[in-house]
Structures are given as C-alpha cells and as structure tokens.
Design a protein around this ligand. Structure first.
Ligand code: SF4
Length: 351
C-alpha cells in the first residue's frame, strides 16, 4: 500500500503540477535517455533547446550512431561535461550495433550501457517500460532528507543507503513512471534547494524538517569541493587568415574538443613572462610577429577545477614550423569546429 507521502505527492502531480517539459510523458526510450543525459549537470531551461536540436538532427538512435564525432560534439558545444557526449555516442553505437537500434528493455541491460548510472537507468526503465525502479538523484535525496528528517550526510554511504531504501519503499509500483516524474518535479518546483515553498507545500503536514525547523539545515553535506586552479593562456596564432588549431587528445578536460596554442601555468603570469616562455620561444623560432590583441581575464568553474586565463591574438609575419598535432584552419572554418566553453566565450566576444 502506498504511504501518505506517495498519495499526496501523486495527487499534487495529477491536479496541481503544471511544469512543462518537451520530454514529459515521453515513452520512447531514446528520447528519455537523451533528455536525461543532457539534463545531468545542466539547467532545464538550457537543456530544453539542446534536446530539441538533438531530436531534430538525429530523429533516431541510428541517426545519432551514424553521425561523425565532430558533428555531435559541435551540437553539444556549450553544454560542458563532454564525457557525457562521448558516452552518448558510444552508447548510441552500441545499441545500433548490438541491439539493432532498439533500446534494451530491462534495467539490468540498460545499466550496463556506458554513461548510464542507477538514476538514468531507473528513469528509462520506469518511463519507457513501466518497470518499478525509483529514481534517486540529488533532488530526490534533498526532498526525502527533509520530509523524513534524515540528518546523515547525503554524500555519505549511510545517508545515501538510508534515503535510497526510503525511496524504494515510497515508489508506487503500479505507476512507477508517474511517481518518479512527480518526485522529480516536486523537488524542482516546491522543495527547491533554496527557498522551498513550504507555505504552500502539499506535504507540509508530514514534513519532519518543517515541523522541527530544520528546512534550511537539510540536506546535510559533508564534503566540500576543493577545486584545482589552472591557468590557460591561449595564443591565437594567425598567418594569412588561418589559425593554429589542434584537437585535445590527452586524458584531461575537454578531450576531443579543439583548442588554440596553449601555455598552461599553475599561477597567474604576466604577458611579458609568457612571451619569454620556452613554449612560445620554441613556437615562434625568433620569427617576427605582431601582438594584435590581449584579452581580459576569462574564468570557467568546473566541478573539480577552476580555469582562468587570457587570449593573445598574434599575427605572424613570417613562416614557422607547424607544431606537432596542429593544423592551419581558416577563420571561417572555426565556426564549424567544437571548442570548449572557455574558448567560445572569447570567440563570442571577439571572434
Ligand atoms: Fe520541502 Fe518545505 Fe515541503 Fe518540507 S514543507 S517538503 S521542506 S517544501
């Protein structure tokens, strides 16, 4: 039998929830999967556009599987967390080759696919196939820790296990997709991270955090993220209207995306010091050049890293030896290539 929380939540979802999203009520596992992958680490308003563009460009999983990597990366551009995009392609090709383009229909098979964890597997299984798996992500953990007054940190094993157990018990086994959508929406529009709408909340009467005045203390998190600081100085080296560009191949952030000539440091550097650095000296080989432009400082914060730096636009007056893995790319071609957001911000303002 369903708990009172489940009944109230489902009633709210049926009668009062007006949150609209293009993938809501969707039964096609491909579209559900795509929306879930796009929405990881992305705000719904931003993800909405990307989702529509992906569906328009690749109406089926086979279309996505057959697309060249760079076309897919270009479409993903700006969403960040590119491992998601690489996994998306990998999984599309696995399903195309090993499952003849049809999404597998069991939780056990779905969770084996690259880039699909328990949350996404539960979402696809319940929405597309009506299987009884509860979604548990940061939103659900927050809602349940407040409603049931769980004070163990939600990023620790004990807290996670307790709340996952509660989530599984609360799931409406007859309508798992409907219930999962209800709790996801409830976390997004009522029991929000900051300023939850307690005054009009339908579960206020049974909410432990509300009764005990713990709403702004829950959920508890134990770990503080320490971000590694990196300085990226990009040199847009131009000769006859072409720029030096390479693809990032190393196992690092922005793998498979493109970039200009990079000098990375662990501290802020002056332009003078950078121009005297070994990397720039080796690049220029004492040839004459003109520093056309030096940008302001740019910054991008990733989950575990903080990237800061500047862009130097350099015009070469003489030929240089092409550095390893670089190619000369016409200015007009740059628009077709996929770059990390850090570089795109500069190109958007100065390109
Ligand atoms: Fe969340 Fe407040 Fe509702 Fe409790 S009463 S579930 S804290 S919105």
């Amino acid at each position: 039998m369903n708990s009172s929380f489940t009944l109230v939540l489902m009633d709210w979802h049926k009668v009062k929830n007006t949150r609209l999203m293009p993938w809501k009520g969707e039964k096609d596992p491909y579209k559900i999967w795509l929306s879930e992958i796009i929405l990881q680490q992305t705000r719904v308003e931003q993800g909405w556009d990307y989702y529509n563009r992906f569906i328009d460009t690749f109406p089926s999983i086979k279309d996505l599987a057959n697309a060249p990597d760079q076309v897919v990366f270009k479409l993903w551009e700006g969403l960040g967390y590119y491992a998601r995009c690489r996994n998306l392609l990998h999984t599309a090709r696995t399903i195309s080759n090993e499952y003849k383009g049809s999404f597998p229909e069991t939780y056990e098979e779905i969770i084996k696919l690259k880039g699909i964890g328990p949350y996404t597997a539960a979402a696809i299984s319940s929405f597309a196939f009506g299987l009884p798996y509860a979604v548990v992500d940061g939103n659900v953990l927050r809602v349940l820790s407040r409603v049931f007054g769980i004070q163990d940190p939600i990023d620790g094993k004990k807290g996670k296990d307790t709340l996952t157990g509660i989530a599984e018990k609360l799931l409406d086994k007859k309508s798992p997709g409907f219930y999962n959508q209800a709790i996801m929406d409830f976390g997004a529009v009522i029991c929000k991270p900051a300023l939850p709408l307690c005054d009009t909340c339908p579960v206020q009467k049974i909410c432990v955090a509300f009764k005990k005045g713990l709403v702004d203390k829950l959920p508890v998190k134990s770990q503080k993220i320490v971000r590694r600081k990196r300085w990226f100085y990009y040199f847009l080296v131009e000769k006859n209207g072409r720029f030096l560009v390479r693809q990032r191949t190393q196992k690092d952030i922005w793998q498979h995306l493109n970039e200009f000539f990079l000098v990375e440091t662990t501290q802020r550097q002056s332009a003078k010091k950078l121009m005297q650095s070994q990397a720039i000296q080796a690049l220029l080989q004492e040839q004459r050049m003109l520093i056309q432009f030096v940008s302001n400082e740019y910054k991008q914060v990733l989950t575990h890293q903080e990237i800061r730096g500047r862009f130097f636009h350099i015009i070469l007056e003489e030929k240089i030896k092409l550095p390893l893995n670089f190619e000369w790319v016409k200015a007009a071609e740059l628009k077709k290539m996929a770059f990390p957001k850090f570089i795109l911000s500069y190109l958007g303002e100065n390109g």
